[in-house]
Design a protein around this ligand. Structure first.
Ligand code: NAD
Ligand code: ZN
Length: 250
């Protein structure tokens, strides 16, 4: 992989020349090369017998908050130890050169740490902690990470004593209103949408490429594997985020 496929290079050039807006939609595959596991990829042995889809729900939290907090505490630790990859850095650079909106399903902060402004975290952010009972934001320190701890008692809210939860959107919960409105706006007005590292199975986010296309955008998928979105993309580029994105800014 040493060059942008000609058709994609062409679309990008035409978008830049025409002053068109670019919307980038990223998913867990974006951070895979930073060592953050995707949901549908391999898992750390400690958590290998748990299904993330069963931990990322309100029901799981109500049933066993210490198990869910332990899992999120582990994921926060992974993210803190990780560094943005060449793909994250390339997107930050691309935003300097053209009009770009960054919409991510990722709950990590690797885009920000690479220098990007994230326009919409449609699935929230790991570190935006809040009280499960009263919704108040938790601005105190994070508890210490304990290696190999599966269950960790969640911190308590200073105001009401409720459990502190991660600021992510769990399966079955509504998306944050403002982030979703921003994402829809970006998808609606872009001339080009780059869909990077998402399986396209989690709605409503997975509906954004189709929305962009209905409003006239060209959709390009960057993913080493076929996905549920491949068929509706105008172009697919079978490469990883850290391979492909730096070629776009070269
Ligand atoms: P997913 O796990 O369903 O799919 C990951 C996709 O990334 C797959 O299509 C896979 O082929 C692709 N991929 C794997 N390695 C890649 C690479 N190096 N470069 C490009 N693509 C690669 O993830 P999803 O579609 O984002 O949906 C799952 C949900 O899980 C999201 O809503 C997200 O909030 C959450 N999640 C977030 C993180 C994170 O913040 N880093 C990690 C895991 C899951
Ligand atoms: Zn509270």
């Amino acid at each position: 992989m040493d060059a942008v496929p000609a058709a994609i290079d062409d679309v990008l050039r035409r978008t830049i020349d025409g002053g068109g807006h670019v919307c980038v939609l990223t998913g867990a595959g974006m951070s895979a090369e930073s060592g953050i596991p995707t949901f549908r990829g391999t898992h750390d042995s400690l958590w290998s017998r748990f299904d993330p889809m069963r931990l990322a729900t309100v029901e799981a939290w109500r049933e066993d908050p210490a198990l869910v907090w332990g899992w999120y505490r582990w994921r926060m630790h992974l993210v803190r130890e990780a560094e943005p990859n060449a793909g994250h850095r390339a997107l930050a650079e691309l935003a300097q050169r053209l009009s770009l909106s960054l919409v991510t399903q990722n709950v990590d902060d690797l885009h920000e740490r690479a220098g990007s402004i994230v326009d919409a975290h449609v699935h929230g952010s790991l570190f935006a902690l809040r009280c499960f009972a009263c919704e108040r934001l938790h601005d105190g320190a994070l508890d210490d990470y304990v290696d190999d701890a599966q269950r960790v008692e969640p911190m308590r809210c200073m105001a009401c004593g409720g459990h502190i939860r991660p600021g992510v959107v769990w399966f079955g919960e509504a998306l944050p209103h403002d982030a979703w409105a921003t994402a829809v706006d970006a998808a609606t007005r872009c001339a080009l949408m780059l869909v990077v590292g998402t399986s396209g199975l989690v709605y409503p986010a997975a509906g954004l490429p189709a929305l962009a296309r209905r409003h006239g955008a060209t959709v390009v998928e960057i993913n080493p594997e076929p996905t549920a979105l491949s068929a509706e993309a105008d172009h697919v580029w079978r490469a990883t985020a850290a391979q492909a994105l730096p070629l776009l800014v070269r």
